[in-house]
Every structure is written in C-alpha cells, then in structure tokens.
Design a protein around this ligand. Structure first.
Ligand SMILES: Nc1ncnc2c1ncn2[C@@H]1O[C@H](COP(=O)(O)OP(=O)(O)OP(=O)(O)O)[C@@H](O)[C@H]1O
Length: 242
C-alpha cells in the first residue's frame, strides 16, 4: 500500500519567487488497486508521479510504501523497494534485446518460454519480438507494450505510468486498454496511471482528481465523472473519443 501524507512541493520561478505546485496531498493507494490520477493540464500530476518515483523530493510530507518511510530514498533505492515506472518516452538501449530487458527486469535467467509469455500478455506476437533489439525500429506503441511487459517481469509493488496514451495511434490505444485490463487482472501490486482518457478511467478502482496542486475529488469513476464534466475548470478529458 502506498500512502502520501501531506505532500507539498514548491519550485522556484525564474524571478526567484516561490511557486507552490503541490499542497496537502493525502492519498492512499491500496495493494492490488488500480488508481487513475486525472485533472487539468498543469495541476501537478507529473510532479506528483516524479515525487513518488524519487525523481523529485517533496518540500513537505512523507511517502510510505507498505508502512516503510521511503521519502528520503533516492531513485535507485526506491526502485529496489518496489517502485517501478514507465517513461513517457521509453528508453532504448543499443545492442540490448527485448529478451535481455525482460531478464534484467526479472532478475532471473528467464527461459524463452517465460519471456514470450510476458510479451504475449501485452499483446505482442512473442516470437517476432523476443530477439528484437531495443532501437528505433520499434514503434512507440510496441515500446510501450514492452515497457509494460518489463514491469510485469519486475513484479513491482507499485507501477506508475505517466500518460501512457501519449503519442500512440487509435489502434494501439485500443490494444493498450486491453493490456491494462490484463495488467490489472494479473499484477500483484498496485497500479497508478496518470491519464486524461475516459476509457482508462473506466477500468480504475479509484479516480483521483488533482486541480491546482491539490486533490479535489476521489472515488469511483461513476461518482467522480459527472462533477468532473460539469466543472467550469474542466479537465481535458477525452471522453470516449478513442
Ligand atoms: N521545476 C519547476 N519550476 C517551475 N515550475 C514548475 C517546475 N516543475 C513543474 N512546474 C510547473 O508546475 C505545474 C505542474 O506541472 P506538472 O507537469 O506536474 O503538471 P501536469 O498536471 O502533469 O500537467 P499536464 O497534464 O500538462 O502534463 C506546471 O505549471 C509546471 O509548469
């Protein structure tokens, strides 16, 4: 279980003034649950994700993972405690194959069968991908699925995705929804996704709305969506257009 207690984050503007980006963020993500963070552009969603990953340090507050205070752990130590994340632009390594990546992620000498199994779960025809090099020949949608397979292989306690829909086409997006449904069924950890897409909100156990750096609503999608859509300060939610 992830617990955020009173998280605040200030940045310094170019003129030296302080900008309050997050304030009093309190959030619990239960083990095995699937939480989507949504809200207007600039509301602090990516900043919150970076704070959970350990890329930024909060100005105030504490972060607990399964009761352990991870607030002051660096990104490597935090990854070792079980926080995993997929980048908006996945990393590509020259000379490294998909199979190598899955082996590194799992920390085991995965058999071809096991590696293929992860790839099949994310909808890739495994035998065509397992020996591919992680380079620019892979499309954005393929790389995203490989990253998700990697997180499955790592079996992290918490997987974080920042706008996984960014930059992928409609066809790949439809497949990605299926992949997330599968991930939700099979993963033993919690999943946190930052998204504006209603179809991702559809599969969430909990939707959290972040506006102006603070949580303004949280609950099931059917409880949250009506107020979200009727707000003047409307979030850029892409209502079932894909
Ligand atoms: N280091 C920084 N210095 C100054 N301002 C910052 C810094 N980091 C983030 N911000 C500002 O904080 C606000 C929140 O940014 P953040 O990227 O977290 O928003 P977001 O909700 O993820 O937005 P989007 O939906 O557009 O991706 C933005 O106004 C951003 O410009």
């Amino acid at each position: 279980m992830l617990e955020l207690k009173n998280i605040g984050y200030n940045a310094t503007n170019e003129d030296g003034s302080i900008k309050e980006i997050l304030k009093n963020v309190n959030l619990t993500v239960d083990t095995d649950s699937f939480v989507v963070i949504t809200g207007p552009n600039g509301s602090g969603k990516s900043t919150l994700a970076k704070i959970i990953m350990g890329l930024e340090k909060p100005t105030t507050g504490q972060i607990f993972l399964d009761g352990k205070d991870i607030t002051n752990l660096n990104i490597t130590d935090r990854a070792n405690t079980g926080v995993g994340f997929a980048f908006q632009q996945p990393v590509r390594f020259k000379g490294l194959t998909v199979r190598d990546l899955l082996r590194f992620a799992s920390g085991k000498n995965l058999s071809t069968h096991e590696a293929c199994d992860y790839l099949s779960q994310v909808g890739l025809c495994a035998i065509n991908y397992v020996n591919r090099e992680l380079n620019d020949s892979l499309s954005g949608g393929e790389m995203k699925r490989i990253e998700i397979a990697m997180l499955m292989a790592r079996q992290v306690k918490l997987s974080i995705f920042d706008e996984p829909e960014a930059g992928i086409d409609l066809w790949s997006f439809n497949n990605l929804i299926e992949v997330f449904k599968k991930l939700k069924e099979t993963t033993k950890g919690s999943i946190m996704i930052i998204s504006h897409q209603e179809r991702i909100l559809d599969i969430a156990d909990k939707v959290v709305v972040l506006a102006n750096g603070t949580i303004t609503a949280e609950g099931r999608k059917d409880e949250i969506l009506p107020s979200l859509l009727s707000t003047q300060d409307i979030c850029e939610l892409y209502v079932k257009e894909v």
